[in-house]
Design a protein around this ligand. Structure first.
Ligand SMILES: C[S@@+](CC[C@H](N)C(=O)[O-])C[C@H]1O[C@@H](n2cnc3c(N)ncnc32)[C@H](O)[C@@H]1O
Length: 212
């Protein structure tokens, strides 16, 4: 599922960059993701990977430099990191596996700051609903990592439009009725098809896209 999430977000990001090759990409909570090397954005654009200082320090040891590519070592919730990003261009903001770790207030302040700082852009990320948030809190891998979930699930894409009035909802993508399902074994295929029938289950994790 994580690979599928990445594949679909890569597709959305490629489409956005095909339309706006000079865009500034902000890849928030990048972790060790190799997205910039997979997508190889046009050299006319800029790309910033943003994550905590210890993650960026590790990235710097692992990945080579690339023209137009830079990293910002900061929490995305810090008020000042976006001042390192020139505010002159259309922005493509990608946040994979991040929003579920932010509180509602942190999410609001982050997107308010970015939509005020940058002229126009698109925002794409995966989101959990309230049910997904409760289920996620029980996941062994999250407990073992010591990561804390933010506690705010996005049940309706309009919830974020209300929270951050500059954002306009554009599209969503569920993971439970995609062509790639045909390549799963039948038990998982069956489970996905069953989950797709119930909104609370279908929207446990999905991709959302907005513009501003
Ligand atoms: C589940 S990992 C996802 C990593 C990567 N986006 C991927 O999909 O492979 C969550 C990432 O978000 C980062 N993260 C969580 N909260 C953050 C914050 N407040 N500021 C910056 N990065 C954060 C973590 O350090 C981690 O790298």
């Amino acid at each position: 599922m994580t690979a599928i999430r990445s594949r679909y977000l890569d597709g959305w990001a490629r489409d956005a960059l095909a339309e706006r090759p000079a865009a500034t990409v902000l890849h928030l909570g990048c972790g060790l993701d190799s997205r910039v090397y997979r997508i190889t954005p046009p050299l006319t654009g800029r790309w910033y990977d943003v994550d905590y200082p210890e993650v960026i320090a590790l990235r710097r040891r692992l990945y080579p430099d690339r023209p137009g590519y830079d990293m910002i070592a900061s929490s995305v919730t810090a008020p000042d990191w976006s001042s390192q990003v020139p505010a002159d261009r259309f922005a493509v903001i990608i946040a994979e596996g991040l929003t579920m770790y932010l509180t509602k207030d942190e999410t609001r302040r982050l997107f308010e700051r970015l939509t005020h700082h940058l002229p126009h852009g698109v925002v794409m990320f995966d989101a959990w609903n309230s049910f997904g948030m409760r289920a996620g809190a029980r996941q062994g891998v999250i407990k073992a990592s010591g990561a804390e979930l933010g506690g705010w699930g996005i049940d309706d894409p309009g919830d974020l439009e209300t929270l951050v009035p500059g954002l306009e909802f554009v599209a969503e993508q569920t993971f439970f009725d995609i062509p790639e399902l045909d390549r799963y074994g039948w038990p998982l295929r069956l489970a996905c098809r069953a989950m797709n029938r119930f909104p609370a289950l279908r929207n446990m994790g999905r991709l959302l896209r907005y513009r501003f």
